[in-house]
Design a protein around this ligand. Structure first.
Ligand code: PLP
Length: 407
């Protein structure tokens, strides 16, 4: 008899966004005339930048010509893209990253979910609360946790971001081996300053731990003093992996391109105490299980780094940040305390009431969909997340309706 991986049974039965979809569908069925505005899910709405689109078209034409046709490319990505990334995203900001330390992929969700595969089953893992659910669920599937009891998996160390600690989790009080951090943060929209990030790097060094640093929202940072990459911190090359994605930077959520940075210095140990290169292990894993991102998509991604691409992606993220400011201002005017929205496309709103109750109120009174904070972890209870990813028209209408129904 074939048996399943029973770790999957530990996963919480219903997925946050399907719960939301069910409630929205029920409301729509009862109110067929009402137009619902979705400020819940973290998906972009605006089309691809022109520079990306042109490079994409051109590369597709190359695929239709015998002389310029390409089959399998390098699993790690084409040099033209890896070189552009290393220069623009890292070297230009004083972060020492070379092209061969970059692994191009079809998404940071996959990379941040898959990366745990190369570590032992019994490592100790620290995960923020609230959190992007991928980090938790992939470790549950891999069997690194116990059961979920009271919204907490046994064997995980939770890094709580609460009002009391100004939404910046304290360092773990017990030793951990793998630490997931995400800045600018999804769902709470905050960033870390240099000193705070430095403390995490020092902790990792002292504990021979590794930080998985998810910087999917880096292009929303407007405060120049905020670190864009963890490699701007001294010593980070010894302890950190960084995930980046074109999804939110350039509207690639449906196009799919991302990358992971692994410095050559980064090491972990076998049970006998011998050192092993994480770069080599991931290269082995990546080239065994992945066959590269399609050529036209890598060309479209590389166009982000052209002068036109830089201008257009800045305009794109500026647009969402203006939405974010409108949302935050309107919610604050209604008396809610908010964080985020200035260097991130998410506003984290303290409702002081049950997250799902507030979600229902916003849906039923205003026809607006947000995300209940409790869906991101126990510390999200009493909060909702509103996303800036929508058209200006929809954001303005949603805020008018919210203001009318909640004041
Ligand atoms: C959107 C998002 C990503 C990007 O995922 P892709 O698979 O590259 O689209 C990564 N991390 C977080 C926290 C995100 O919200």
């Amino acid at each position: 008899m074939i048996h399943i991986n029973e770790n999957f049974l530990k996963l919480k039965a219903s997925y946050l966004f399907s719960d939301i979809a069910k409630r929205v569908a029920a409301y729509q069925a009862e109110n067929p005339d009402k137009t619902i505005i979705k400020l819940g899910i973290g998906d972009v709405t605006e089309p691809l930048p022109q520079a990306c689109l042109e490079a994409f078209h051109k590369a597709i034409d190359e695929m239709g010509n015998r002389d310029t046709f390409r089959g399998y490319g390098p699993e790690q990505g084409y040099p033209f893209l890896r070189e552009a990334i290393a220069q623009h995203d890292f070297q230009n900001r004083g972060a020492d990253v070379s092209p061969d330390e970059i692994f191009v992929s079809d998404g940071s969700k996959c990379d941040s979910g898959n990366f745990q595969e190369i570590f032992a089953d019994d490592i100790r893992i620290a995960i923020p609360d609230p959190v992007y659910p991928v980090y938790v669920d992939t470790n549950v599937m891999a069997g690194r946790t116990g059961q979920n009891i009271d919204e907490r998996y046994q064997n995980l160390v939770y890094l709580e971001a609460t009002k009391e600690n100004n939404y910046s989790p304290a360092l773990p009080t017990e030793p951990v081996d793998l630490i997931y951090l995400c800045y600018p943060n999804n769902p709470i929209g905050v960033t870390l300053n240099k000193e705070q990030l430095n403390a995490w790097v020092d902790y990792a060094k002292e504990n021979k731990a590794i930080i998985l640093y998810d910087a999917a929202y880096v292009s929303f940072i407007r405060d120049e003093a905020t670190p864009h990459s963890i490699y701007e911190i001294e010593g980070a090359r010894d302890v950190a992996v960084e995930f980046r994605s074109f999804s939110k930077t350039a509207g690639f959520t449906g196009t799919r391109c991302a990358f992971t940075v692994i410095p050559k210095e980064l090491k972990a140990w076998d049970k006998a105490g011998n050192e092993h290169s994480i770069h080599a292990l991931w290269n082995r894993r990546h080239s065994t299980k992945f066959n590269g991102v399609s050529y036209p998509i890598q060309r479209a991604a590389a166009a982000v780094y052209s002068p036109e691409g830089q201008l257009e992606t800045k305009q794109l993220t500026d647009f969402y940040l203006e939405n974010a400011k409108l949302i935050r201002d309107a919610m604050e005017k209604l008396g809610y305390s908010c964080i985020g929205g200035d260097n991130a496309p998410y506003i984290w709103i303290h409702t002081g009431t049950d997250s799902w109750e507030f979600f229902d109120k916003l849906l039923q009174k205003a026809g607006v969909v947000c995300t209940p904070g409790s869906g991101f972890g126990r510390c999200g209870e009493g909060y909702v997340r509103i996303s800036a990813f929508n058209s200006r028209e929809n954001v303005v209408t949603a805020l008018e309706r919210i203001t009318e129904s909640l004041s």
